[in-house]
Design a binder for this molecule. Structure first.
Ligand code: ATP
Ligand code: MG
Length: 331
């Protein structure tokens, strides 16, 4: 049996080059070896305030981007978290097996709640890792590819699985493993290269839908340093290091090979090459996206994916309900 890989993106904003290099670009490579469950975490997007139209557009866009990145709807099960009610149902159960103390130690909660007025922090932001654990548990996921920011939540899921299995002397829940993108695949903001490029923090982003002129302008004006050497040095040259990461990821070469290529070049020449690489990657990708968004492929993929996801998720939910003693009527 193929191993299960599960991953999701929150529709909190327009997708960035960070999301592309960190996740989308390599997603299709899982399809042959693994059975992928790929979803849009739309319920998670509600943990911070968002306008309905924005949520709606972002969600549809992510599915179109998944398909444009080469996912085949017959091999990868693509769906929305909200289409499979077992996520919310299992959440209502599992919130009793994770503790307030554990949840309050989560870095993401600390960081995101910090940005908000304390009296208006939704309960969902606090309990986010419970729902994320349910997303993973429902499909017996073996592998969860995540950015470093999400490793803590996968660890918490493992704790939950062990706690639950031991409490009910069972092995119905599977312990997932977080797989972090290989080092160097964390794309930083172009305006502040010490901060992660993040879709909910739009300064310094390249958006997947930016036109060629905008992409070039953003890269040519990326913050660098007063030196002149194209060298990877995160500490002293965070801007140049970030551009080297972007270039090498898109060209499928190592950072050292990229450094070699630009030995003796000035920053202007280097930035132009980075801009060319991004444009050459994103423009064809946008063409595919446009074809998809103007067809009915998004709905087709979602209906097909959700149908499969529901069967698997409901089965797991039922196993959990039984083992904890919820009463079941005879048909
Ligand atoms: P948000 O600001 O809402 O958290 P985000 O841009 O961090 O948005 P997520 O939905 O949290 O996006 O994450 C989607 C996926 O993209 C995750 O696997 C995450 O690790 C990855 N990712 C996000 N930002 C980057 C980045 N700058 N570089 C590489 N991968 C990233
Ligand atoms: Mg994030």
């Amino acid at each position: 049996m193929k191993k299960i890989v599960l991953t999701g993106i929150k529709p909190t904003g327009r997708l960035t080059l960070g999301n592309y290099i960190g996740v989308l670009k390599n997603l299709k490579n899982f399809q042959d070896e693994f059975e992928p469950y790929i979803f849009v975490a739309d319920l998670h997007a509600l943990t911070l305030p968002i306008e309905p139209e924005e949520l709606n557009t972002n969600t549809k866009d992510i599915v179109a981007f998944y398909l444009a990145s080469g996912l085949d709807m017959n091999k990868s099960h693509i769906f929305l978290q909200s289409m499979v009610s077992a996520h919310a149902e299992l959440n209502a159960i599992m919130m009793n097996y994770l503790y307030m103390g554990e949840l309050s130690r989560m870095t993401q909660f600390k960081q995101k709640s910090h940005l908000m007025n304390e009296s208006a922090i939704g309960l969902g932001l606090f309990s986010y890792p419970v729902l994320m654990a349910c997303d993973i548990i429902l499909y017996d996921a073996d592998i969860v590819p995540v950015g470093e920011d999400q490793v803590q939540h996968v660890e918490l899921t493992r704790d939950l699985v062990r706690r639950f299995n031991s409490r009910y002397k069972t092995d119905i829940l599977k312990e997932p493993k977080a797989v972090v993108n290989t080092t160097g695949k964390r794309i930083m903001s172009l305006s502040d290269p010490t901060k992660k490029m993040s879709k909910s923090d739009p300064k310094g982003d390249i958006y997947l839908k930016d036109d060629e002129k905008t992409i070039r302008k953003k890269i040519m004006s990326a913050v660098t340093d007063s030196g002149c050497e194209v060298k990877f040095d995160k500490e002293n040259k965070p801007g140049i290091s970030n551009l080297l990461t972007i270039y090498s990821a898109l060209k499928n070469i190592t950072v050292e090979e990229a450094e070699q290529e630009f030995k003796g070049c000035n920053y202007g020449t280097f930035k132009k090459a980075v801009a060319d690489a991004v444009v050459n990657e994103l423009i064809p990708f946008q063409q595919k996206y446009n074809e998809i968004i103007n067809s009915n492929l998004v709905d087709e993929a979602l209906n097909l994916g959700a149908e499969k996801a529901k069967v698997i998720a409901n089965k797991k939910l039922q196993q959990v309900q039984r083992i904890i003693g919820l009463y079941e009527t005879k048909k």
